[in-house]
Structures are given as structure tokens and as C-alpha cells.
Design a protein around this ligand. Structure first.
Ligand SMILES: Nc1ncnc2c1ncn2[C@@H]1O[C@H](COP(=O)(O)OP(=O)(O)O)[C@@H](O)[C@H]1O
Ligand SMILES: [Mg+2]
Length: 256
């Protein structure tokens, strides 16, 4: 049913700036609408402002200027529904671990929502299964591999029933199997119709899943559109590499 709620952006970011003491501008006059159901890739080199923008969207950082609306409501009035709907997969998977076992860790979110014991147990079972962690149920999260820790963080978000998931550098510190596992999760989240916001500079790993590519450089959004169109406009100073360059011979396998 097409009513005004379905066309209203999930997030509307208006003239958002973040300035740190000493006049370091981390974000400058960001304007961005994020629509429900899209898979948006926010790309930019280290220090370009991706994490600061994520922290603003998640209401973890107050902007110096500008506003963010979530489903049409100013973010500071949307706290409760935002916490329920928005799941964040932080770059540092270790920092996100809360439980002594995998099961306990996943339970934390649904328990905080005040769900019944039976409902919590059902959600734990489903998400363990969905993320291939059933055998690790009793394991201490810190002993998991990098890829498994990221899967655990996603399990926590799924168990909460979040419709929107932000992933900050989801491929950081992962070996190839870990990257593949993470990509399978991203594909699965997409198939479930989740809104996905992925922050990365590693376009070559994930661009195939993106509906939209936004380039940020020095806290300013430089380009926003369909991935192929944005790649055609890349400027070298933005520090993002066009992944369509492929290697066909060993002697080509260098980024130099
Ligand atoms: N607490 C802080 N004080 C001053 N500058 C900061 C602080 N946190 C982040 N910055 C600056 O904000 C900019 C954007 O950082 P960030 O969003 O973490 O970049 P990215 O996630 O794209 O690598 C960087 O230039 C960083 O140095
Ligand atoms: Mg970052």
C-alpha cells in the first residue's frame, strides 16, 4: 500500500556538521536521505568521516549543526524506536561482546526489549541457526574467529528484530574465509529486506550488493547515485579505487 509513510525516507540528514575542538571539521553540511530497503554503500578513505556520520545517525554523537530525522521525527524524539529498529555492527567486534557465552550474548538485546523467556529462547535458536553458530552456543565469544565474532554481532541485531543494519568496516581484520562469511550475511540480510548501510573503503568486496554508492571525502559528500555512475565520476584525490579494474595475470596483481 503506497501511503506517505512508505515514501518518506527512513533517515533524512539535513545540513549536518560535526566540528571538533580546534576547528577540525569531521563532517560538513551533509545532506542525505536513506530509504527503507536500500543497500547503501558509504565509501571513503580513512578519516573521511564515515564513522562520525554513522555515530550521528545512531544518535551516539550530537552534531554541531544540522538535523537528522528518523521516519520524519527528529532523532532526539525517536530514541526508543531507533534503538529497537537500528542495529549497529561496530568495526571492533570485541568491543561489542557482552555475554560470557554466545547464547548469553545474543540474549542480551531481546531480554532488554522485555520479551518473554520463551520468545527470547525462540529468537536465540533462530538466529544461531541462521548464522551457523548453533554449535558455538556455549562457547565464550572471545574465543571465536574474527568472522564468527562478526556473525555473532549480526546474530544479536537479528535477534532484536532490527529492520535497519549499519556495518562499520565489516571486512576489517578478516581473512578471506571471514570476508566470504560476512558477504554471505550481507546477502542474507538483503534477501530479508533489511535496510543496509555499509561503511567501507573496500568497494571491490561488496559493490555488487549495493543499490547506491555514496562517496565521502574530508567530511563532504562528493558523489551519490547508482554505483556504476558514481564510479565513472571518481576523482583520484577521494582515495577510493574503482574496483572494475581486474587482474588477469600474476604480473598485474599489484595496486601500484
Ligand atoms: N574525538 C575527535 N577529536 C578530533 N577529531 C576527531 C575525533 N574523532 C574523529 N576525528 C576526526 O574526524 C574525522 C573523521 O573520522 P572518522 O569518521 O572516524 O573517519 P572514517 O570512519 O571515515 O575513517 C577524522 O579526520 C578524525 O581524525
Ligand atoms: Mg571509521
Amino acid at each position: 500500500m503506497a501511503d506517505s509513510n512508505t515514501v518518506e525516507p527512513l533517515f533524512s540528514i539535513r545540513n549536518l556538521s560535526v566540528v571538533f575542538p580546534g576547528n577540525t571539521k569531521a563532517l560538513s553540511k551533509i545532506n542525505l536521505d536513506i530509504r527503507a530497503g536500500e543497500c547503501l554503500l558509504l565509501a571513503g578513505s580513512n578519516g573521511s568521516g564515515k564513522t562520525m556520520l554513522m555515530r550521528c545517525i545512531a544518535a551516539l554523537l550530537d552534531p554541531s549543526e544540522g538535523e537528522i530525522f528518523f521516519r520524519g521525527r527528529p532523532l532526539n524524539q525517536a530514541g526508543k524506536i531507533l534503538r529497537r529498529e537500528l542495529g549497529i555492527i561496530f568495526q571492533d567486534a570485541d568491543a561489542q561482546i557482552l555475554g560470557e557465552t554466545v547464547e548469553e550474548d545474543i540474549a542480551f538485546g531481546p531480554e532488554n526489549l522485555g520479551l518473554s523467556k520463551a520468545e527470547v529462547a525462540q529468537r536465540i535458536g533462530e538466529t544461531l541457526e541462521a548464522l551457523g553458530l548453533t554449535e558455538k552456543r556455549e562457547a565464550p565469544p572471545r574465543r571465536l574467529s574474527g568472522g564468527e565474532k562478526r556473525r555473532l554481532a549480526v546474530a544479536g541485531v537479528l535477534a532484536m528484530g532490527c529492520d535497519t543494519v549499519i556495518m562499520d568496516e565489516p571486512f576489517a581484520n578478516l581473512d578471506w574465509p571471514g570476508v566470504v562469511q560476512t558477504l554471505e550475511i550481507i546477502r542474507d540480510l538483503k534477501n530479508r529486506g533489511k535496510t543496509l548501510i555499509i561503511l567501507t573503503h573496500e568497494l571491490e568486496k561488496v559493490l555488487a550488493f549495493a543499490d547506491r554508492l555514496v562517496i565521502i571525502h574530508r567530511g563532504i559528500i562528493r558523489c551519490d547515485g547508482k554505483p556504476a555512475e558514481v564510479l565513472d565520476q571518481l576523482e583520484s584525490e577521494w582515495g577510493v579505487r574503482d574496483p572494475r579494474k581486474t587482474y588477469s595475470a600474476v604480473e598485474d596483481c599489484s595496486w601500484l
